[in-house]
Structures are given as structure tokens and as C-alpha cells.
Design a protein around this ligand. Structure first.
Ligand code: NAP
Length: 253
């Protein structure tokens, strides 16, 4: 796909990775539909891409709410006369151990609410946005591309029962959709980042960050721009579908 003039939707566009991907695509001449919960950060992303001369609009939507997602994608398609691409990027963390015991007694457990809230955004949200984006691509006869954000935690990670399950599910949906939607000319790929330098990792204790950096052969955390570069690759490479790219500096968890 030639990114220039293509209409690309990014969910969670106010966040660290969403913004970096919006800036990368704006530089390539994409038209951007920026979706988020309606926070100030979304406006910052809009200002930055408009400064690069991008044609962009913001949309406030909760990706886990079916009505909200259906009306947002149909509005985007109407505003831009179709949809060519989606980055299913909105995601949350609610980390905690499955169970915690002290002296033989269980003192805490991951609540159903803690589990479900992550599944609602990271898995159901990806399902709803992917479905609605594909619907609009077929309706407007576009050979589109869907990119789902997974994580290296998809293989299972301490304290992330909810997150790991959601990110593994995202990869399963990626393969399924690549098979189902290929007949309409739609490609689907996933990106599984390792630990990326964002506001979240900047707030870590220096010794914790140092430990994480030492776990990687490249000896540092990734940058949001390196993830954006991976998204650009998936959009542009027409032979890529049904696969997940692990971009983690060689991190072994
Ligand atoms: P982030 O900075 O927290 O950004 C996520 C964005 O999604 C935020 O703007 C957030 O809004 C928004 N969001 C949350 N719930 C939403 C909902 N229900 N509907 C619409 N928008 C919602 O996260 P990030 O670090 O950029 O990560 C982006 C994606 O990459 C996530 O899927 C994450 O799991 C994945 N990932 C990140 C890393 C990393 O190291 N950063 C590593 C692996 C995978 P609020 O701020 O208002 O909640």
C-alpha cells in the first residue's frame, strides 16, 4: 500500500505509541482519523500532525462500547469517503498477581473487574474496531490493512494474567482475520513490542529501568519511533499478512 492519501484510523491516538505512529503516517501523507477517550492528549496529537500539514480529525470513542465504535467508524468513513487502514492501538494495563499468599494464607487475588476491564479494552475493543473497519473497507471497496497491537507479554508474564491473555487473543484474531478477509484484499498484521520508552517507563525507578535495559542484547529500551517504523513496514509491504512482528531488542522474558 502506498500510504500517501490513504485514510488511516488510529485508536488510542493520544498515547505514546499512537502519537508516534500518527506522526510517522502524517509524514507519509496519510489522512488521519485519531480516536481516543476524549482527553487533552488527543488534541496534542492532532496539533502535531496538523503542523505537518496532515488532513486529520479527532473522534471521541470508547473502543469497548459497540454502539460508540459502530457510529464512530461509520462517521469516519462518511467524513473521509472510506477507510483504508486501522491501527488497533488503544490498550490498558491493570497488573496484579493471580493470587498472593503470606504464611500459607491467600491475602489478595486478581479481581474479576481487574481481569475483565483489560479484556474489554484490549480484546473486545480490538474485535469491535477491526470488525467495523473491515465492514467500511468492504463497503467502500478498499483493499485495506489492519494492524493490531499485541505485546511480547502475549507469551505469558508475571503479574499480567489479564494483559497477557488479551495480547495472545489479539494475535489469534490477526491470523483468523488474515484468512477470512484476504478474499476482500484486506491484509492483517500484528506488532508485539517489548518495553518501549514512554512516559510510563520514564517514571520507573532508574535501577528497574537499568535492569530491563540489561535484559536486551541491544542494551536499551525501544523508542516509539521504532514501533511506528514497524507499522509503516506492514502498511507498505503487500506480501505481509497473518503474522506478528516481535520488536523487542531481543528481550527474553
Ligand atoms: P498509552 O500511552 O497508555 O496510550 C493508550 C491510549 O489508549 C491512551 O491515550 C488511552 O487513553 C487510550 N485508551 C484507553 N482505553 C481506551 C478506550 N476504552 N477507548 C479508547 N481509547 C482508550 O499506551 P502506549 O504505551 O502508547 O501503548 C499503545 C499500545 O501498545 C497498547 O495496546 C499497549 O498495550 C501496546 N504496547 C505498549 C508497550 C509499551 O512499552 N509502551 C509495549 C507493548 C505493547 P487514556 O490515557 O485517557 O486512558
Amino acid at each position: 500500500m502506498d500510504i500517501k492519501d490513504k485514510v488511516i484510523v488510529i485508536t488510542g491516538a493520544g498515547g505514546g505509541l499512537g502519537r508516534a505512529m500518527a506522526l510517522q503516517l502524517a509524514k507519509q501523507g496519510a489522512k488521519l482519523a485519531l480516536v481516543d477517550l476524549g482527553n487533552d492528549a488527543l488534541q496534542v496529537t492532532l496539533d502535531q500532525v496538523v503542523a505537518l500539514d496532515a488532513n486529520a480529525k479527532t473522534y471521541n470513542a470508547d473502543v469497548s462500547n459497540e454502539t460508540s465504535v459502530e457510529s464512530t467508524f461509520s462517521q469516519i468513513a462518511e467524513d473521509f469517503n472510506g477507510i483504508d487502514g486501522l491501527i488497533n492501538n488503544a490498550g490498558i494495563l491493570r497488573d496484579g498477581l493471580l493470587l498472593k499468599a503470606k504464611d500459607g494464607d491467600v491475602v489478595s487475588k486478581m479481581s474479576l473487574e481487574q481481569f475483565q476491564s483489560v479484556i474489554d479494552v484490549n480484546l473486545t475493543g480490538v474485535f469491535l474496531c477491526g470488525r467495523e473497519a473491515a465492514l467500511q473497507m468492504i463497503k467502500y471497496k478498499r483493499q485495506g490493512v489492519i494492524i493490531n497491537m499485541s505485546s511480547v507479554a502475549r507469551q505469558g508474564n508475571m503479574g499480567q494474567t489479564n494483559y497477557s491473555a488479551s495480547k495472545a487473543g489479539v494475535v489469534a484474531m490477526t491470523v483468523t482475520w488474515a484468512r477470512e478477509l484476504g478474499r476482500y484484499g484486506i491484509r492483517v498484521g500484528a506488532i508485539a513490542p517489548g518495553v518501549i520508552r514512554t512516559a510510563m517507563t520514564d517514571a520507573m525507578k532508574p535501577e528497574m529501568r537499568e535492569r530491563l535495559e540489561k535484559m536486551k542484547p541491544v542494551g536499551r529500551l525501544g523508542t516509539p519511533e521504532e514501533i511506528a517504523h514497524t507499522a509503516k513496514y506492514i502498511f507498505e509491504n503487500d506480501f505481509f499478512t497473518g503474522r506478528v512482528i516481535e520488536i523487542d531488542g531481543g528481550l527474553a522474558m
